[in-house]
Ligand binder design. Sequence first.
Ligand SMILES: *[C@@H]1O[C@H](CO)[C@@H](O)[C@H](O)[C@H]1NC(C)=O
Length: 394
Amino acid sequence: MHYIEKKKKNIWWPKKSFSFSVLVVLFIFVVAAALPFTFGILSPHILRQRNIVVTVNRVSKELSFEDIHNEYNFMQFSEQLKAMPKPPYIIFYDSSNLDIFLNHICNLEFIPGALSRLVAISFDTPSHLILKEKYPNIPSVVINLDSIKKTLPESYENRRYIIYQLVLLTRARICASLALRGISFWAMQQDTLWVENFDSMDLENRYPDEYMLFDTVGNEQFGEYDRMFGWICGSTFFVRGNPTTYQFFYQIDSFMRSHQSPDSSIMTYLCGHRNYRCHRLPRWIISSSDYFRGTRETTPVMIQVDSDQTDETKMESFQRANFIFRHDNGTCDRKSVHKLRDAVRLAFPEKLKLLDQSPYGESMFTQLHYMYKHIFNIDRYNNKVFLTVHYTLV
Ligand SMILES: *[C@@H]1O[C@H](CO)[C@@H](O)[C@H](O)[C@H]1NC(C)=O
């Protein structure tokens, strides 16, 4: 009896040390919570990122979704698209890439059924007027970003990147507006080569149950892309206009104003939700620039061409690769479109990596890391990691 009582007493913690341990735990929590803030304040990189997100959010208010959606010319333009027999191919452009766009029109001119579906949205008035003069039959409209760009001084930190984000954000708002009006469409880019007749593939009817169709990055020939399975490129995509796809682009809009992420990685992330019904197109139909890294036994129907060399313009790199379809006098060159398949095979030899000389290997640790992610189904294809892909750019 005496013994038991004594033991019981020992089990009781003294009151003093109990509150002390609570204090210790609290202290650890407070330090852990304060650490990111401390580093955040100290790190110039995080400050730069914050400045970008805050600025994009601020300047994007000057041309809101409602401003675009209810603008008279844009409403007229939307009505025009609605009346078209097939979903339009929309090209977004401005003065900086008008030359590539005019070249692209010459590519489409020799592909039956393509040009009649082409429509254009410009982000500045001068390029819009030039296109209107040269191609009055192509439905086109301006969503003017020039006045917003002028509010940012030339010396503004990361100005180019902020404008790049603003353009993509505006594109997302335009997509949201069209989807809200129930208009289905293809968003496309002028730096995409049409090697074959993409139009005749009739993809939007081949996948009737999918709400959106996307291109992806990567190349089957390289193991390093296996972990990036399904990463969207975002240069060519189809949208079936309905309330769900409106919601999709509305989400991209809010995400881009609170995170420093490109729209393609946000699309990939959102597509993780199956209700959005996203479908990835195979790379033999549409490839990104990663195609040029590998051997060229097969030629995709369409290829998007990135210029990653800073010492030449995009037009110069197109010249180097024989991707020019337009004469200086403005007429289109049928022969160069017919020779495009050969040009693609020979283009950018410097990008071609020797496959057997650079085998992709993963360390034991990396493999275990992915096995763990796979077993617990945690971001298996790095879709969340993809959201941070632009962090090193600023
Ligand atoms: C335009 O230039 C090309 C190549 O120089 C030439 O073959 C063609 O005849 C010219 N067309 C016109 C209308 O001048």
